[in-house]
Design a protein around this ligand. Sequence first.
Ligand code: SF4
Length: 319
Amino acid sequence: MSELTHDDLCNMSHGETAFSVDDYKKGIPRWCPGCGDNGILNAVQKLCKDKQLVPEKTVFVSGIGCSSRFPHYMNTYGFHGLHGRAFPVAEGVKFRRPDLNVFVVTGDGDCCSIGTAHWIHAIRYNMNMTVLLLDNNIYGLTKKQTSPTSATGTKSNTHPKGSVLPPINPIQTTLSVSNASFVAQTVDWKPAHVFETIKAAYEHPGFSFVRVLQRCPKFMQDLYETTISDQSALTLLTHENGIKLDEKAEKGFKNIIQHNPSDINKGREYAEMTGSIPIGLFYQNKNAPRYDEYGAHNIGMPVKDRITAINKELDKYAV
Ligand code: SF4
């Protein structure tokens, strides 16, 4: 019998649609009306349907924050964990169950503050998972504190006169870690771009990091107001090997740059762009080493052999 592929194990591949979008929906999202998280959830559910991901072979892992409520609304397995700890949980799942589709949903407070150490090492470990950083530049769940991505001068409950430190740039940070393999950015108010970005991320064989600039109408009402109304406020990075949009969707952009995602130095340059927000694929390397592949070799080992292997390890410490 030929070896089963990841697609055989995680996806329906009988040539007929078995799961509808509704099959991936669960509960009624408790996000505020107009919250960008709602559209991102729709895009992910559509991806699951298009890829026919088997719900019991799919896991959503999150930390704490508004966006981390995500697993509650997916009719799959889920783990709503501890603040900043989504990555180690997801890595544990992927390491022992490489046959599962693993998604991480995290926020700017969760990933870029308390979870930073895990984030950095997760990039380096490059395990095959899709990571969505829903970045609203504020702590929303705890009602408006400055986050690591808040722009300097942001008025919040922790900084009523305006924040004083420059923000972290999550794209720049991710691109600076060794073994980064997929780094992209999108904005929640461009649904076609959100979907194509998440799709490319899912298809990437490794740790795909997607930062989604996300509206928080409750606490950051003005943040993207001008960006949304001004067509030149965004710059679309496009390429035949990057995020592809159809002609109609591309017409919504005034600034379009051809960027080959294999060029990390150019990707880093675009990550630091000012005056217009770059969206698209900054960098991709499909051949970066993946730590999850080291955990896969003994999956399915019979219990008897497993006990023998454990005893052999323990014997090394016999005195
Ligand atoms: Fe969304 Fe902001 Fe409401 Fe949280 S507080 S659900 S991020 S709009």
